[in-house]
Ligand binder design. Structure first.
Ligand code: BDP
Length: 579
């Protein structure tokens, strides 16, 4: 769905619906409080907040201001996980599939200026073979053996299935609810639906404006960072030229931003953008013609209390910690993040690899391959939402699918998505899909991408604790990639580390081992020119579902969950100072 990021300006108004809403599990009679935006899961000690599988209901009253007469009004949900049904006074006004992208519900015919109504949002947290991200439907344990075949264990699993099991096929807690902002938006009845900007470093800006309604002329004015007019034009599409353009460069360059001020009839929208070009050439990744090396840990949207809920304070803190680390990028593992984060990264010069929520497809022979159409829709919506951000330099189609069990079949699934991403992105950014540690010699998908991104856990999940063997094995693999003549990014590598656990001998789980692990992997990476990036897993410790491999979540953070640096954070800070 095309929906511009909400904006208050001379033509548009918005009401933020953040606050405490009524909340209940479907079937309950009593309502209780829940904060919005936030995941609901950490908001109560009631165990159902963590384990419930099904629909929860949120409710509150909304009023359209009487002075909004003559305007078009809609509700804008930035993200409700995973499926959402929206009702006004009991009438359905919207349904949306997928928890990480925005949608709108028009209020025309449902609520008039001056009126009050009851707004209900039903959020469904169930994950299955038909959702992105994917749920196991109880078939397989993610991490840890589920002792197949033992009659008593099988009986226990059957009981779980009967009760309704909602196990993720991915390694992060299935946070859900209204976890991103909700707003009522007013625009003129004839309004700007969408803006597309394709700048090039010579100062030319190709633009397109989509409108609802046809009365009125479209005008566009490009403002520089001081607010001075740099170029202007008229019409729904065209090419403008900015004389002496200033480029958007990732830090430590200057992330210079322009603004496209678009008017149409009585409507106005101000779209920030940056001038930068990205291109893959041979084994190099070029930003504005200069070789770019990716160095920065992958992230999650994850924090205590908020869960996956949008938290601008946390975002600013995190990005300042990226600056502190001398990091220049992250991947939005494993789903598109809240829009506020991309706007912040535009401004701060942090580069993003933007990922769809296609995660958990590690057993594609069982599931995953039925999702091609829906997956393509999600990809289209992500590109539509994020296409104008200069910080976004590459699309990731997903994380760690099974591509080597049936290599041809996997290729038939993934390559059309790769082509679709290129077709759909007006800026035609490079496209990738993140590969898991598998039979890279059998797989055809990963090597067919513009940039090879590989997750590797030598010295952790395999060759555990033996960093000499890990280096030896990793070098063997890198020898193989060298022959593929593609740029390679190590898109995940890491070691679970308990903050404060030390050892004179660097053994697994100690802070010393985490540093030794990264030293060992870096030694191998630094020998290869075609390696254009390193993205440690993960920026911070994060919540996961329970399992025998997770003591209070995933501990591979360079920081603890409350953002205290482990030794490895200091180590990377020093390393990246010199890159
Ligand atoms: C990788 C996954 C990531 C996990 C990580 C880990 O891509 O989501 O959290 O392993 O096990 O396979 O720490």
């Amino acid at each position: 769905m095309k929906t511009l990021y909400p904006q208050n300006n001379a033509a548009r108004m918005m009401l933020d619906l953040g606050g405490v809403w009524d909340f209940r599990f479907r079937g309950d009679t009593d309502w209780q409080p829940a904060a919005v935006p936030a995941s609901y899961n950490d908001q109560s000690p009631d165990p159902r907040f963590r384990s419930f599988a099904g629909i929860v209901e949120y409710r509150r009253k909304i009023t359209l201001p009487a002075c909004w007469k003559g305007l078009r009004a809609c509700l804008r949900f930035d993200g409700v996980a995973h499926n959402a049904r929206v009702l006004l006074n009991g009438r359905e006004i919207a349904f949306h599939r997928g928890g990480f992208l925005p949608f709108e519900a028009e209020l025309e015919g449902f609520l008039a200026p001056g009126e009050t109504a009851e707004l209900t949002v039903e959020a469904d947290n169930r994950i299955s073979h038909d959702t992105l991200p994917i749920g196991t439907e109880g078939e397989t344990a993610f991490f840890g053996s589920d002792n197949p075949g033992i009659p008593s264990v099988e009986a226990g699993k059957k009981l779980q299935q009967e009760r309704g099991i909602n196990r993720p096929a991915f390694d992060f807690f299935n946070y859900t609810g209204i976890h991103r902002p909700v707003r009522i938006i007013a625009t003129p009845r004839q309004f700007i639906r969408d803006i597309t900007l394709v700048p090039s470093t010579d100062g030319k800006v190709r633009y397109g404006v989509e409108t609802e309604g046809t009365e009125g002329r479209v005008r566009i004015e490009i403002l520089d960072a001081e607010g001075k007019t740099a170029a202007q034009g008229e019409g729904r599409e065209g090419i403008l030229t900015i004389p002496e353009p200033r480029l958007w460069e990732p830090r430590p360059g200057t992330p210079y931003l322009y603004c496209a001020r678009v008017t149409f009839g009585g409507d106005l929208y101000e779209q920030p953008f940056g001038i930068r070009e990205v291109k893959v050439e041979g084994t190099r990744f070029l930003i504005n013609g200069k070789a770019f090396r990716f160095h920065g840990p992958c992230k999650h949207e994850d924090s205590p209390f908020h869960g996956r809920g949008t938290d601008c304070c946390l975002n600013v803190t995190d990005i300042n910690l990226y600056h502190w680390l001398n990091a220049n990028c992250f991947r939005t593992s494993h789903y598109p993040y809240a829009e506020e984060m991309y706007r912040l990264c535009d401004r701060e010069g942090i580069v993003i690899v933007d990922e769809t929520p296609a995660v958990g497809m590690w057993a594609s022979e069982q599931y995953g391959w039925n999702l091609a159409d829906y997956h393509k829709q999600v990809l289209a919506d992500m590109i539509a939402r994020d296409k104008n951000h200069p910080c976004v330099v590459m699309w990731s189609l997903g994380n760690e699918p099974d591509t080597d069990t049936m290599p041809d079949r996997a290729y038939e699934y993934w390559y059309p998505l790769y082509e679709a991403a290129h077709r759909m992105d007006p800026q035609d950014r490079p496209v990738t899909v993140v590969g898991c540690q598998n039979r890279y010699d059998r797989d055809r998908v990963i090597r067919s991408m513009d940039v090879v991104m590989i997750n590797r856990y030598y010295g952790w999940y395999n060759l555990s604790g033996d960093l000499d063997a890990a280096k030896y094995a990793f070098r063997r693999e890198l020898d193989w990639w060298e022959k593929q003549n593609k740029p390679v990014i190590l898109s995940e590598y890491g070691a679970d580390t308990v903050a404060g656990l030390h050892g004179a001998v660097a053994e697994m789980f100690t802070e010393e081992y985490q540093v030794a692990f990264y030293e060992a992997m870096s030694e191998c990476l630094d020998e290869r020119d075609f390696v254009i990036g390193e993205m440690p897993w993960n920026f911070a410790d994060f919540a996961t579902c329970q399992g025998p491999m997770r003591a209070g979540g995933n501990r591979k953070g360079l920081f603890t969950r409350d953002r205290r640096p482990k030794m490895a954070a200091h180590w990377f800070r020093e390393r990246w100072k010199h890159l």
